[in-house]
Design a binder for this molecule. Structure first.
Ligand SMILES: Cc1cc2nc3c(=O)[nH]c(=O)nc-3n(C[C@H](O)[C@H](O)[C@H](O)COP(=O)(O)O)c2cc1C
Length: 389
């Protein structure tokens, strides 16, 4: 069985590490500030190194480190992932670009044409991360007031139309959100491989839409039993219409030579804990965000309170933006937990760490070669220092 392993490209800016306060010192995603390593002031002027150069470095590093591709997230604070994928394709060889986007902010025929062009230009390296939106201020940034469940109806219709025009046959559609007349991709670009669809959302409406459209149902990390139950629900829902999606999990990783060294990173980051940041990020109607935020206790006496099962820590959202859960431990422990997730039914991972550049090498060199090892007998493990994944 092949496990697809992606890295996340930090498009919102990048920290030096969890040990430092929330200071984005890589690239100028958040503007130049004294102390930034890039761009830097040289001979009295900015040296011209842009955030796109930093993202290119992360893409190239993670490609060299063995990752299949990179997730390009989409938020009001990020660059546009489509444009970034196009820019970075030439910097990489086989690396896939998982473009996050919200259906509805693009006409599906235009999305089909952009996708087919990217597929043709990159030799089929586009992957979709379909996001339907978490409500709140981020949704209003796009002027989008469509209600939670209706956003999934819109996503579903969008994907129907996108598939409808893909093969180049004229396609008519008169729906609730979109309409087309004789739409078809031109013969030169029609018929490219259709991008794999990663689909997220934890609400009933999301699970229903994922059943119809997901190649991979994508979740943030949660306690493993919760994840198993969630996947069972998605599997049952998709199964009722004869579909069998695969499963993917996005996970932050702090892996070091020893477990103590990994927790020491968290301890240093804990000095900059920001409870308000997690609450601010939770504004909206995202069922998935509420699920994971619900695990963070009101009263916290120390960072180890947040280890909900061995090596599974739900404090990440308190020391950097983003989801709460990640893995903390030695290289072997993190690989074991990933193996357990594979046993639970996971087919793909999107891993991440701060800083994204150095951690791509670390996780690629130290953790990925250990995958599958926890299933070997002791003698087989000794004979096979680096089992194939
Ligand atoms: C792994 C993962 C990555 C996501 N990436 C993005 C993103 O880049 N931009 C965004 O606006 N929402 C993102 N989301 C949010 C979801 O797509 C979805 O809009 C949100 O969870 C609300 O859905 P729900 O109420 O059904 O849970 C992501 C969710 C997951 C699980």
């Amino acid at each position: 069985m092949t496990i697809d392993i992606y890295w996340r490209i930090g498009m919102e800016g990048d920290h030096a590490s969890l040990r430092t306060p929330r200071r984005y010192n890589r690239g100028h995603a958040n503007g130049y500030a004294p102390g930034n390593i890039a761009p830097a002031i040289r001979a009295g002027a900015l040296d011209g190194y842009g955030y796109i150069d930093h993202m290119a470095a992360v893409a190239k590093a993670s490609e060299s480190a063995g990752f299949l591709g990179g997730l390009l997230p989409s938020f009001p604070v990020t660059d546009d992932p489509w444009a970034v994928a196009a820019a970075l394709a030439g910097e990489t060889t086989t690396y896939r670009f998982m473009v996050a986007f919200q259906p509805g902010f693009l006409h599906p025929v235009q999305a089909a044409r952009m996708s087919a062009s990217l597929q043709r230009a990159t030799g089929g390296r586009l992957v979709y991360n379909i996001i339907s939106g978490g409500g709140g201020p981020a949704q209003l940034w796009w002027g989008d007031k469509v209600a939670h469940d209706d956003r999934y109806a819109r996503t579903s219709e969008f994907l129907d139309v996108l598939r409808g025009v893909w093969d180049g046959e004229p396609y008519d559609h008169e729906g609730r959100f979109f309409r087309t007349e004789g739409a078809a991709l031109a013969p030169g670009i029609a018929g490219q491989p259709f991008p794999e669809v990663y689909f997220s959302g934890s609400s009933a409406a999301a699970v229903h839409a994922a059943g119809r459209h997901a190649d991979y149902y994508l979740s943030w990390l949660e306690p493993f039993a919760d994840l198993r139950a969630k996947f069972d629900g998605v599997r049952a829902n998709a199964g009722s219409i004869g579909r069998t999606p695969k499963f993917a999990v996005r996970i932050d990783v702090v892996a070091r030579h020893t477990e103590e060294a990994a927790w020491a990173e968290i301890e240093k980051g804990w000095a900059f804990v920001d409870r308000g940041a997690a609450e601010r990020a939770a504004k909206g109607d995202s069922v998935g965000a509420a699920r994971i935020q619900g695990w963070v206790p009101e009263t916290i006496t120390g960072y180890r309170d947040l280890e909900v099962q061995p090596n599974v820590w739900c404090g990440f959202s308190l020391i950097r933006g983003g989801p709460a859960f990640g893995l903390v431990g030695s290289y072997e422990q993190v690989a074991q937990r990933l193996d357990e997730l594979i046993d639970l039914g996971v087919d793909a991972f999107i891993l991440a760490g701060n800083p994204h550049l150095e951690e791509a090498y670390r996780v690629g060199e130290e953790v990925l070669p250990l995958l599958g090892r926890s299933r070997l007998t002791a003698s087989a493990a000794a004979a096979s220092p680096s089992p194939a994944r």
